[in-house]
Design a binder for this molecule. Structure first.
Ligand SMILES: Cc1cc2nc3c(=O)[nH]c(=O)nc-3n(C[C@H](O)[C@H](O)[C@H](O)COP(=O)(O)OP(=O)(O)OC[C@H]3O[C@@H](n4cnc5c(N)ncnc54)[C@H](O)[C@@H]3O)c2cc1C
Length: 486
């Protein structure tokens, strides 16, 4: 019997798992996917928002501002890339300057430190490439950029190292509420637990229904992006927002923490919670919008497009509540959910405590997790030493990002290790460069197959059934579908 079962291994669930791993309790982190961070956490703008945008008095406002302050310490402990580069909401007309002033007041009401309204000249100093018609901006120095999937992975790794059980590929199908606990029926086994945390993102309404909580529904709202290669990353220094609309924070232009340029997202309601397709119209819209902020990017440098789904509700705020004694919902965690995730986790842990969970600290809890060594970041002498110790560090698999076989083997063997091609990609960037895996993908499959003892043909890109190969060419020849001598 577990003390706490956390359902959903996105940023929120992974943070809760890490925070609970501090105590002498049995915790399990469950996810239906093959890897941690396969939901919304892997595909978003990756901004740690300052907190001026949220309506004062909401949970979003409170938890965003609280969460923002926690990122330096957390990213230091977890060795996760994070840069506090600041953001600028840019006014493109005189009327928009009024909205900038409103945002400034809202930010002050929310307790956001270091906010400034700046004029055109200062803006040009900070962002020389911004378009000429920019009239001024709201400057929020505390905003930052992060690698969201690395954050969730690091939390999960750290939680597992501190004793949390991770059950992936385990879909929660139903929950039986019994005296003093729950039986969670999953696609693999029944899991008994005293407490439950529902951190299932887009599916939090489904789990809430199983817990018999007051009804709410999660409506998926898609956001599409274009990612440019590192040639364009230097074009902007801050996160550049346009003036927000009722549907969201608008299209942004930002460097990523790895040095690429990112533009997006749009905001489109969709019916299907798994619909992360990109569309011609959507991408055209974000490119046209982004050009109003800064038009120096070249479409020839786009290396990929992707989409994420916001878990929205009609109420507009996060839903963090107790659906039934012993359970906590962390639901409707749309933007700024990533920025708020450490503060959401603190709140969830407090709510579990208020419901009777005994929290006694372990004496062996270790909050520090180190990223694995990266060949790309080593000096020549460090590389020589690494290859001497393990010749696999001398075999470069991803040429664009300089990722070696040794690192891929390490990524598979770590706690909560990689099991899919995208799992390797998100841990090491193999396949994230200009060629987008054209060169390294078959080699990554080969290494995964060898290290996991899974047939080559059964390795998937990301999800169950997401096979990369449909059959062996030579099998077709022997079946008479081709000419073996050709
Ligand atoms: C376009 C877009 C832009 C955004 N930009 C930002 C931003 O810049 N800054 C910011 O702060 N926030 C941003 N957000 C919001 C942020 O991404 C989310 O708030 C955050 O990722 C939510 O994390 P989560 O853990 O709640 O959900 P998720 O990451 O979706 O995790 C939920 C997990 O639950 C699992 N699950 C679901 N159902 C089951 C089941 N039945 N059994 C087992 N497991 C299950 C899923 O597989 C998934 O892994 C953005 C979101 C979008 C879509």
């Amino acid at each position: 019997m577990f003390d706490v079962a956390i359902i959903g291994a996105g940023a929120v669930g992974a943070f809760v798992a890490r925070d609970l791993s501090r105590y002498r309790i049995n915790v399990v982190l469950i996810d239906k996917e093959l890897e941690v961070s396969e939901g919304t956490t892997k595909a978003n703008s990756a901004i740690i928002h300052a907190g001026y945008d949220c309506v004062p008095g909401t949970l979003k406002a409170k938890l965003n501002v609280q969460g923002n302050k926690m990122f330096d310490r957390i990213c230091d402990e977890l060795d996760v890339p994070f840069k506090r580069i600041g953001s600028l909401v840019i006014a493109l007309s005189k009327e928009q300057l009024d909205i900038i002033n409103e945002l400034y007041e809202r930010g002050r009401a929310n307790g956001v430190p270091g906010l400034e309204v700046i004029g055109r000249e200062r803006l040009k100093e900070l962002e020389p490439n911004v378009n000429e018609d920019a009239t001024g901006a709201l400057y929020a120095k505390t905003a930052g950029i992060i690698s969201p999937y690395e954050l969730a992975l690091a939390c999960a790794e750290n939680a597992v190292t501190n004793g949390v059980t991770l059950k992936l590929d385990t879909e929660v199908k139903d929950i039986e509420i019994k005296k003093g606990g729950f039986i969670i029926k999953t696609s693999r086994e029944d899991i008994e637990t005293r407490y439950i945390v529902n951190a299932t993102g887009l599916f939090a309404d489904v789990i809430n229904r199983m817990l018999k909580g007051d009804e709410f529904s999660i409506n998926p709202r898609k956001g599409e992006y274009c990612l440019f290669d590192k040639n364009d990353g230097h074009l902007v220094n801050h996160v550049l927002f346009q003036v927000p609309t009722p549907r969201g924070k608008g299209v942004l232009v930002t460097p990523t923490v790895h040095g690429n340029l990112l533009i997006g997202p749009n905001s489109v309601n969709v019916d299907i919670k798994e619909d992360v397709s990109t569309t011609g119209n959507g991408l055209e819209y974000i490119v046209n919008c982004a050009r109003k902020t800064m038009n120096k990017f070249s479409m020839r440098d786009v290396i990929t497009s992707f989409a994420g789904l916001r878990a929205s509700t009609s109420g507009g705020d996060f839903i963090i509540n107790v659906p039934v004694q012993g359970a906590v919902n962390a639901a409707a965690i749309d933007s700024p959910g990533l920025s708020s995730s450490p503060a959401i986790s603190e709140m969830v842990v407090q709510m579990l405590k208020e419901q009777g969970l005994k929290l006694i600290e372990k004496d062996y809890y270790n909050p520090v997790r180190k990223r694995q060594i990266r060949f790309a970041d080593m000096s020549d002498s460090e590389r020589e030493k690494a290859i001497e110790k393990n010749p696999l560090y001398g075999r470069v698999i991803c040429r664009c990002e300089t990722v070696t076989e040794g690192e891929i083997v390490d990524a598979i063997k770590r706690p909560a290790g990689a099991r899919t091609v995208d799992g390797v990609k998100r841990r090491l960037r193999a396949g994230m460069g200009r060629c987008q895996g054209g060169f390294c993908m078959p080699k990554v499959v080969e290494i995964l197959s060898r290290e996991l003892g899974i047939p080559y043909m059964d390795i998937v890109k990301d999800k169950k059934g997401g096979y990369l190969f449909t059959g062996r060419i030579k099998d077709n020849y022997t079946k008479g579908d081709g000419d073996a001598n050709a």
